[in-house]
Design a binder for this molecule. Sequence first.
Ligand code: ZN
Length: 215
Amino acid sequence: MFEGPVQDLIDELGRLPGIGPKSAQRLAFHILATEEADITRLQEALAKVKAGVVFCEVCGNVSEKPRCRICGDSRRDATLVCVVEEPKDVMAVERTREFRGRYHVLGGALDPMGGVGPDQLRVRELLRRIGGSPASPGEDDAAGEPEPEIAEVILAMDPNTEGEATATYLVRLLRDFPGLSVTKLASGLPMGGDLEFADELTLGRALAGRRPTAM
Ligand code: ZN
């Protein structure tokens, strides 16, 4: 245990995902040795992240506006929706440059042991999107035109147990929609990993080679 502010910082950093006590300590002392200007930038970024970022009302991705850049882009194919767990997975798929559709961010994966059930994820919102909900009043211009119907949903969960369970659950729900094609990434992604850690080429291939899910 250190004294006062240093220990406070170690405690706070240690609460971040993936940061163990040793990393928290190392980061804290790194920050302690950092120049004032760099600290100020970090502080500003931290302060702004909550105030300036919202979640897109359509897809749940992080956004600066009520509707994110991708959902607001009429050149993107609105009939094709790639379902991912986290906003960082949107970035991963975007990096492949293979995908010209839209996204749906669930906000995590099913994890009954960790207390994450379907109600904690944006599953209802996905069903509503597929079901074709009328544009609600009070939305911006883009909401004026009816969105084209979703023809294909690509399930792009993390290649791990929770991701598999989530995909299986969604397949069961989505098979009730007539005419909807539900596909999954082709195998080839390293099992147990995170979508964001797959290299662009591998992920791009998995996307291009996606296959229908067994209904
Ligand atoms: Zn969006």
